[in-house]
Design a binder for this molecule. Sequence first.
Ligand code: ADP
Ligand code: MG
Ligand code: ZN
Length: 653
Amino acid sequence: MPVETDRNQPTKTPEPSHFGGSFLFWLALLLFINLIFLGKPLSSRVPYSTFISQVEAGKVVRAVVSSDKIEYELKSEQVTKQPQTRPHKVFVTTPVAQDTELPKILRTHNVEFSAPTPSQTGWISTLLSWILPPIIFLTVWGFLISRSQMGGPAALTIGKSNARIYSEGTTGVKFDDVAGVDEAKVELQEIVDFLKNASKYTRLGAKIPKGVLLVGPPGTGKTLLARAIAGEARVPFFSISGSEFIELFVGIGAARVRDLFEQAKQQSPCIIFIDELDALGKSRSATGPYLGGNDEREQTLNQLLSEMDGFDPNNGVIILAATNRPEVLDPALLRPGRFDRQILVDRPDKVGREAILKIHAKNVKLASHVELSKLAARTPGFAGADLANLVNEAALLAARGNREAVTMADFNEAIERVLTGLEKKSRVLNEIEKKTVAYHEVGHALIGALMPGAGSVEKISIVPRGVGALGYTLQLPEEDRFLLIEDEIRGRIVSLLGGRAAEELIFGKVSTGASDDIQKATDLAERFVTLYGMSDVLGPVAFEKTQQQFLEVFSNPRRAVSQKIAEQIDQEVKMIVDGAYCIALKILTKNRSLLEAISQILLEKEVLEGEELRLQLDRVQAPENMDEWLSTGKLTHECLLIQTTLNGRTTKQ
Ligand code: ADP
Ligand code: MG
Ligand code: ZN
């Protein structure tokens, strides 16, 4: 492989400057050779007819005839008679094709003639034509390499890793630019410290971790943290993304890994950062035996594994990697001696969010009444990237409104934008649709206001927004939650079904508008049974294999279950959803007049929020047995009755 030779080159070849000198020498030699072989004795070119007439006049002594040219000499006395000032001995002409008469004419005029002997220079030029190009090629190549060794731009990067190298401060990011991930920062600072004063650690016999894996949901600042390290550490920082390793051609990816480590070892102490490690380190078994896997990725991964084993932990090369999908990583990557330390970069809590908002609001002009702590309270679950986006959206809104500073209202609108997308005033609904949407949303809001742990309903709107929402109910949790209690999950399912329940109760007919709610409610009910083990019938048994840790996608494979269990799961899921729907109907039936009243206001105003909304929602009354169902999930007889009386739609239990 050319890479090998290219890397060994510098040890074999002389000093770069010397090499440059020998290049010039070669060039001169080539020119010289050219002169020798091309600089033949001068000859003059004459028309063929002249040649023939000279032969017929008996002036020609000898001729060398080949298919495309005739070289001939005149008798010596003829030469001097030529009119030219400089006499030529040899003349050249181009024969007319297939002059079969020519030998006869030459013979009759006693011209000595022959075909050209294979010329003495022929074999040399043949040889040279074979040897010269490679020599030229190698010379130029060597020259370029020697230049790149001297620090000039590398012209040839076949197989060279594309890692960008940062030195201190070049990323312009410092640890102070990252907030809300204090534990991760402490650990990473320790690593920076090790690189700065390695002896402090090795003196005591401590081994420094070889590999550090930053794990966390998207947008929490993993890449940012790595760039901050590059900005803080006074060591070289190699950065490459996992997908950059993957190349079309088998083997190049592995060559890159080798090359990267080669470069890094020469520059130790240093940091290698591999972003999006999952692109490279996907579990080798995950591709499945029938798909044939991805040869290239596997080779690259193997190379990475063996490189990580191959260096001494205390030689000062630390590998930092980031991923938001730790569960798909090859277990071989995670074992001790490789990425043995994992640092969680989690979504920020309220204090962290405030700190992140402060960082991003630094360059934004805020109105004096804006309180970042209030914004932090309103944005649970937002990652750092969402918050950065939020500040920017608010600033854009303020600019569009020609305001002097960004106001709290801009921030509130921006939160809605981040959560639900842009308003689409252009989408015009007809009267029936509008009415349906209004009752649907008020249904969500009334139930949402009653459910435990769901936070407060902040806003109801029937202005279409985002990708498909015709209306929406904004309900913000009051605090960060890390656990959900079972009654809260049931409550959430009830709220989700509130829209559909309102449609059914008021119109007796339902619309397609609830399909997304139904999807979510069913998903949640399924997780309730198969993932959280909360079903009384099936008990604390997991029926789903792995849990996607960060991306909230629950498309996990079911465990192999018997037909009977599968049926039971389906039954349980249906029980929960039906029960929740029944409770939703009960609540709305009990609060029917309130539902009608609020919906009328909403139809008029399109948006309902703040104090006005709160006053209305304070009047909601909980039906009896609601709390019992929420905590036990047991359906009451009365609940079954409600269902049977409603259009026969949900009759059977
Ligand atoms: P990740 O790599 O974890 O997906 P990034 O580091 O690319 O996320 O974050 C994207 C952007 O979001 C950053 O450039 C930064 O502006 C902002 N951001 C994310 N997390 C934080 C944080 N903890 N502190 C400050 N800004 C953050
Ligand atoms: Mg990233
Ligand atoms: Zn809905």
